[in-house]
Design a protein around this ligand. Structure first.
Ligand code: PAF
Length: 279
């Protein structure tokens, strides 16, 4: 497995592989890899000749109140995971390699204004910008993203459609711990008590899945889920919303495919999770 720190050496290698007619798959990450990332790399391995994992803690997607320096990092561990799962290269630039006094950004309108975009107003602009840059650097045939970040996935799909990126976006199912907690790099921030408390999220999802049906008012689903979260003293709801699965706009009644998405603070850690319901 090769480790590239510069855009130049990455492009050279990609050019070489493409000349040989090999397909390239990319798994964009911010590192501190867990089984969720592992499942993306495995899927990427099955579907492409060359597997690349990018590891870059992207400054443009973190808000002013979010401490980037505290984002968990462990390159040695990440690189072992990538190599064990058969990755061919890691692209791990530093911030100076990726951004030199940037003036150009990629933004997406309506889709980024609901759900997580409400409490993190500049987040998706940073995500779209860095993902565009990664696509321009790596030119992947396919790129892999987790369904846990459902809004991010919908936004990237729309960005690719609108800007005619020649890449297939592959969404992969959320990986959960046995107790139901969705795998996330942020789970490391949770104390033992907070870990236990965070199970209210998957319990709320289970309950939501039980009550949801065609024709039900969204508010009824939301109320049921809110009651479970609110009964957990360490948890505080940021949002629970029922939105159109494609447009991310709120729906009042379940009459089409929807995404039921939530963000919940457990202590200081903001966790997100969701489920989809198809008519
Ligand atoms: O999902 C993530 O880890 C990040 O938002 C991504 C897609 C790697 C962009 O920095």
């Amino acid at each position: 497995m090769q480790v590239f720190k510069t855009i130049k050496e990455t492009r050279q290698a990609i050019k070489y592989w493409k000349k040989q007619g090999l397909t390239i798959g990319l798994v964009p990450t911010m590192g501190y890899l867990h089984e969720g990332h592992g499942s993306l790399i495995e899927r990427c391995r099955k579907e492409n000749d060359i597997v690349g994992v990018s590891i870059f803690v992207n400054p443009t997607q973190s808000g002013a109140n979010e401490d980037l320096a505290k984002y968990p990092r462990d390159f040695e561990r990440d690189s072992k995971i990538c190599s064990d799962l058969g990755a061919d290269f890691i692209f791990c630039p530093d911030a100076g390699e990726m951004y030199i006094d940037p003036q150009a950004y990629v933004n997406i309108n309506t889709l980024s204004e609901t759900l997580c975009g409400k409490s993190r107003p500049t987040h998706f602009k940073g995500v779209c910008t860095v993902v565009s840059k990664l696509f321009n650097i790596v030119s992947p045939d396919r790129a892999y993203f987790g369904e846990k970040d459902a809004q991010q996935l919908a936004i990237i799909r729309k960005m690719v459609e609108d800007l005619n990126f020649d890449v297939e976006i592959v969404g992969c199912p959320t990986v959960r711990e046995k107790n139901g907690l969705a795998k996330s790099s942020r789970n490391v921030y949770l104390s033992d008590d907070e870990r236990k408390a965070s199970l209210c999220i998957s319990k709320a999802i289970k309950k939501g899945l039980n009550v949801i049906h065609s024709g039900i008012e969204s508010s009824e689903v939301i109320d049921t889920m809110e009651a479970i979260i609110n009964s957990e003293p360490l948890a505080k709801i940021d949002y629970i919303s029922v939105v159109d699965a494609k447009t991310m706009q709120p729906v009042e009644k379940i009459q089409k495919d929807v995404l039921v998405a939530m963000a919940v603070y457990v202590g200081k850690t903001r966790l997100i999770d969701n489920f989809s319901y198809s008519i």
